[in-house]
Ligand binder design. Structure first.
Ligand code: F6P
Length: 378
């Protein structure tokens, strides 16, 4: 066969291989990562043990605990609490490393009371964590359940945010008993007024912003600070109040630059203000863009700062340590009482629990009035 025909054939062959691999990869990726790809499990409901005769329910013996999603200060305190309270209740406690990813891989080890010593005051999570979207496929959930069975775990305590709760709910829907504990700096879990890590993150942000105020004041500048919260403005709102911010922009309340930023700064300047603090939740827009707009519109020098993952680290505050500890005890109480598939939460200031299906249907938001209130402090 002539060379040019062979070359042509090879070119076509290689191009088709590339196209096949790229499109095949995209399709496989979608199958693995599409969070809604749970057609069968989605049509089920987790058992509500409040309606089940407890004498027919086997008592729990072996309990797994994992942390999942973004880490949050106080997660260690939560693990320590469930491990110690669990052992004191007569359970064998097992730590699963790297969230659902570790469950999949069987990274499961028994924990005794001493293995959680010296963890109470440490930030992060010694069990480590991961964002494991592939767990949300049918295969992922079934594999997780198989691992629970292989390690004879009668129940799994999941410490994390809404995404982690959805993984727990999927396990519950196929008959694996779970308990959720709220761990995220964002405070964006609808079933609870408070999430473990929120207080530490806010205090960290507040301390950073106090420092930024010093330099903004010395230079008569505007400091635009981006805090965490892709979909939730809880950190921005409260840290903004605590640091005397002129303007707070959050994802829940649409903003108008002229009205909510520019006007406030110009009014402040008219009353003799020399420096300004603007807080932007990361989900709203980039601090850099807002700083540029302010500088262009007012001539006031504006400097952007992104606090980023600083807010996720550090030794947990007293509030996070105590709430994590008390929530851990509540999680174990649910297991002792054979009340599975519950989400531990804070409601009206009390630590309690709610059914996982109900909890995941709840909604929570910040009202425009909360932001409007801030203007009254200017
Ligand atoms: O855990 C919550 C959170 O800190 C959000 O506030 C933020 O948007 C996100 O996690 C950042 O995630 P990652 O760790 O993947 O950068």
């Amino acid at each position: 066969m002539p060379n040019h025909i062979i070359r042509h054939f090879l070119l076509v062959y290689n191009m088709s291989r590339i196209i096949f691999l790229v499109f095949g990869g995209i399709i496989m990726g979608r199958l693995l990562y599409d969070e809604n790809n749970l057609p069968e499990i989605n049509s089920l409901k987790a058992a509500n043990y409040d309606t089940i005769d407890k004498s027919t329910v086997e008592p729990v013996k072996r309990v797994g605990v994992l942390t999942s999603g973004g880490d949050a200060p106080g997660m260690n305190a939560a693990i320590r609490s469930v491990v110690r309270a669990g052992i004191n209740a007569g359970f064998e406690m097992y730590g699963v490393t790297r969230g659902y990813h570790g469950l999949w891989k069987g990274e499961i080890k028994q924990l005794d009371g001493r293995s959680v010593s010296e963890t109470l005051q440490r930030g992060g999570t010694f069990l480590m964590t991961a964002r494991s979207k592939s767990f949300m496929t049918d295969q992922g959930v079934l594999k997780g359940a198989r691992m629970m069975e292989a390690y004879e775990l009668d129940a799994l305590i999941v410490i994390g945010g809404d995404g982690s709760y959805k993984g727990a709910r999927a396990l519950a829907r196929i008959g694996m008993p779970v308990i959720g504990m709220p761990g995220t700096i964002d405070n964006d879990i609808a079933s609870t007024e408070y999430t473990i890590g929120y207080d530490t993150a806010m205090n960290t942000a507040m301390q950073c912003i106090d420092k930024l105020r010093d330099t903004a004041s010395s230079h008569e500048r505007c400091s635009v600070i981006e805090v965490m919260g892709r979909n939730a403005g809880w950190i921005a709102l409260n840290v903004g109040i605590a640091t005397g911010a002129e303007s707070i922009l959050i994802p829940e309340v649409p903003y108008d630059f002229n009205r909510d930023v520019l006007r406030v700064i110009l009014d402040g300047r008219n009353t003799g203000k020399k420096h300004y603090i603007v807080i932007v939740a990361e989900g709203v827009c980039k601090a850099e863009e807002i700083a540029k707009q302010i500088e262009e519109a007012t001539g006031i020098e504006a400097r952007p700062t992104i606090l980023g993952h600083l807010q996720r680290g550090g030794s947990p505050t007293l509030r996070d340590r105590t709430i994590a500890s008390l929530m851990g005890i509540k999680a174990i109480d649910c297991l002792v009482e054979k009340r599975f598939n519950r989400l531990v939460c804070m409601q009206h200031g009390e630590i309690t629990d709610v059914d996982i299906e109900t909890g995941l249907e709840m909604t929570k938001t910040i009202t425009p009035e909360a932001i409007a209130n801030v203007k009254r402090l200017g």
